[in-house]
Ligand binder design. Structure first.
Ligand code: CDP
Length: 208
């Protein structure tokens, strides 16, 4: 069983994906980390984020086992990720990693922006998680506070809106719900309620 969880920045799709994966005992891939790692590596080697060939070289050499670096969770990595994510060649290079991961025996859960539309168009269940930008910004702000990351609520809201705009307007695999995705607005739901709602949608899709 393959489960695709997509949605805009800080919509809570990562937390939901992990909990869903635990419930069904499936491996889980946060595909945003791949784009974040490409951005980190491009900058670490002194290249520009818009440099297609540098970004492609980094995408080709990515190591799925090295995605726990805390630096990947910073606002800088998120913003950089949405810049390299516009590059078609980078997306193509990362597609194979994601499809290999998805095709594991028993199934998998992947979260991102284009899982239901491009990476796993035949996924058994697809959920597109949204929430109002102000709610998403507040949740991300609380996360950063807990990690003592020096940011303001206003800067996070601006970052989320800029990234959403970039992600939705790019030519290659723009962020959007698949035609057969279930929409889940978590603006007024806490994590438990959002999880229960997501599980209900998945069970209905897979006929459990
Ligand atoms: O956690 P958050 O929602 O803030 O972001 P993320 O899922 O880690 O993704 C970071 C950036 O990577 C996004 O803003 C997208 O530009 C890009 N991304 C993408 O293009 N396609 C994906 N499947 C996943 C992420």
């Amino acid at each position: 069983m393959i489960i695709a969880i997509d949605g805009p920045a800080a919509s809570g799709k990562g937390t939901l994906a992990k909990r869903i994966a635990d419930l069904w005992g499936l491996p889980c891939l946060d595909t945003g980390l791949l784009y974040r790692a490409v951005a980190r590596d491009v900058l670490a080697r002194g290249f520009q984020l818009e440099d297609t060939w540098a970004a492609l070289a980094m995408a080709r050499s990515i190591d799925l086992k090295e995605l726990c670096d805390p630096e990947l969770r910073t606002p800088k990595a998120g913003d950089g990720a949405s810049i390299v994510a516009r590059i078609q060649q980078v997306r193509a290079a990362l597609l194979a990693y994601q499809r290999d991961f998805a095709a594991q025996p028993g199934g998998s859960v992947l979260d991102g922006r284009d899982i239901g539309t491009v990476v796993c168009p035949t996924a058994d269940a697809k959920i597109y998680v949204t929430a109002r930008p102000e709610v998403r910004a507040q949740r991300r702000y609380n996360e950063y506070l807990a990690r003592s990351e020096p940011v303001t609520y206003e800067a996070i809201l601006a970052d989320i809106q800029k990234r959403d705009e970039r992600d939705a307007s790019r030519e290659s695999a723009p962020m959007r719900p698949a035609a057969d995705a279930d929409l889940l607005d978590t603006s007024d739901l806490d994590i438990e309620a959002a999880f229960d709602a997501a599980v209900g949608l998945i069970k209905r899709k897979i006929g459990q």
